[in-house]
Design a protein around this ligand. Structure first.
Ligand code: AMP
Length: 461
């Protein structure tokens, strides 16, 4: 008799909320309730004097003690330190994310016993440093990270298995061309994927790491704050506690407007109150530029992939913010297709990650049936050099964005001096031709050049 495999979990480490899922005996994914009894855990971390508290309680503490709470740290992944200090110390973002992962792991262990193996998801548009920071956060939380996969790929797996267009072992029944539109709390990304048999290939991806539900919330904050200012002469946004309370009211109002056509936002600051009516139509007008920004990205992606909406077989909605009716409307209007929203958009990613973790675990035991996930690089990869003519920094792209991975590329450089014994190659991701805004990935030193080479000898890297 075969022994029960060790439990595996899939984690959607979101900007505003995180979700953890496991596989039932039947092989289907299920969301694990956290210790508070909720399906998702706010990605907020409260640094109390002698302990670290994650989730709902941290979110509440953010109202009264904003200086001790970190939120939306996913947006800072890849930076050495978070912008906001906690008691004078700026923490590395991966340390903060690790606290969230530890809580999710603990919640999973309450149900499943000891858990180590996990798949964590990241936006497709995350660059290498942000991915690596996510891996590090997993390790810091004591997890064995089986893999990091892109959120849209995870969603496609979940939709595929649950809507039946892929089999229980993850094999697509017919070729599918899928566009996944993922609008979460803090990030937006859109990915084109091909599913053929067991191969999941991301063909192209695009996105905006600074656009998400929180930006819709802030429009409501501004709307209410302007009313308050007009009536009472002070701006509640200036006070961190009031700002945080207003942000919470705004999010509640936004969620309500997904089900109702109007709401009343009530808010008090310095013992003075305002009541502001907001209709769905007004809310859509206040935020139409944000929605348009997502559509520009979708259209740019289709152009890059040389596809039209007609070529797609499915449109998937992922991320809690796609519950806003305006998202489905604009996509259906633009594409002339109906979108697939058979799964709960905030659980799809964690479910797909759990399914993928299960495939990986089975794959390691039965190598014949494993799922292949192929990716593209989401940013240009290049090298920085000095242009001879101008003496200025110059970036040379070696692997353009949206190239299928793994990829190889060769480029030749010339030595600057006679008898130069080494060449340093600075590898960067993204940025422009002058190397501005590029993220350093690493430095590779070619150090064993033969002696006495003349200047301008070609070195192929
Ligand atoms: P995610 O990162 O996918 O969990 O998405 C979280 C975002 O979804 C947050 O900005 C939430 O405010 C937003 N969200 C969740 N439910 C709704 C809803 N019913 N209507 C509008 N936005 C929602």
């Amino acid at each position: 008799m075969s022994s029960q495999p060790a439990p595996v979990i899939g984690i959607d480490l979101g900007t505003t909320f995180s979700v953890v899922a496991s596989l039932e005996r039947s092989g289907l994914p299920q969301t694990i309730l956290n210790a508070e009894g909720d399906l998702s855990t706010p990605s907020a971390v409260y640094f109390e004097q002698d302990q670290v508290v994650v989730g709902k309680e941290a979110l509440k503490a953010a109202v009264y003690e904003p200086e001790s709470v970190l939120q939306h740290v996913k947006r800072e992944m890849g930076k050495p330190f978070c912008d906001k200090p906690i008691r004078g110390t700026r923490l590395p973002p991966e340390v903060v994310q690790a606290a969230i992962l530890r809580k999710l792991r603990q919640d999973a262990e309450n149900r499943l016993g000891n858990v180590q193996d996990a798949v964590i998801t990241v936006p497709a548009f995350f660059n290498e440093p942000r991915r690596k920071a996510t891996m590090d956060a997993g390790r810091l939380a004591g997890l064995k990270v089986l893999d990091i996969i892109n959120e849209p790929t995870a969603a496609a797996i979940a939709y595929g298995v649950q809507a039946g267009f892929v089999s229980a072992s993850g094999e697509a029944k017919q070729a599918e061309k899928i566009l996944a539109y993922d609008l979460g709390g803090g990030t937006f990304d859109v990915t084109l994927m091909l599913l053929e048999g067991c191969q999941y290939t991301a063909v192209a991806t695009d996105g905006d790491v600074q656009l998400g539900g929180i930006d819709w919330d802030r429009r409501i904050v501004d709307f209410v704050a302007e009313h308050y200012l007009e009536q009472h002469g002070t701006d509640p946004r200036q006070d961190p506690v009031s700002f945080q309370m207003l942000l919470q009211e705004a999010e509640d109002a936004k969620r309500a407007l997904s089900n109702r056509t109007s709401v009343t936002v009530r808010f008090a600051h310095q013992s003075k109150r305002v009541q502001v009516a907001l209709t769905r139509e007004e809310f859509e007008a206040l935020t139409s530029d944000l929605l348009q920004r997502t559509m520009f990205t979708v259209e740019r992606l289709l152009r890059t992939a040389r596809l039209r909406f007609d070529d797609l077989t499915r449109l998937l909605l992922v991320g809690g913010s796609t519950r806003m009716p305006m998202v489905q409307q604009i996509l259906e209007q633009a594409s002339g297709k109906s979108v697939d929203r058979s799964l709960s958009p905030d659980e799809a990613v964690a479910h797909g990650a759990a399914l993928y973790a299960g495939f990986l675990q089975r794959g390691s035991r039965a190598a014949d049936r494993s799922l292949v996930v192929k990716n593209v690089n989401s940013h240009d990869l290049g090298v920085l050099g000095i242009e001879k003519a101008t003496g200025m920094k110059r970036r040379r792209i070696m692997i353009p964005r949206n190239t299928k991975l793994p990829a190889r590329s060769k480029s030749s450089f010339v030595t600057r001096r006679a008898n130069q014994r080494s060449v340093a190659v600075h590898v960067v991701e993204g940025g422009d031709d002058s190397g501005k805004n590029a993220t350093p990935i690493g430095k590779c030193l070619v150090s064993d050049l033969p002696a006495k080479l003349p200047a301008k000898t070609q070195v192929v890297v």
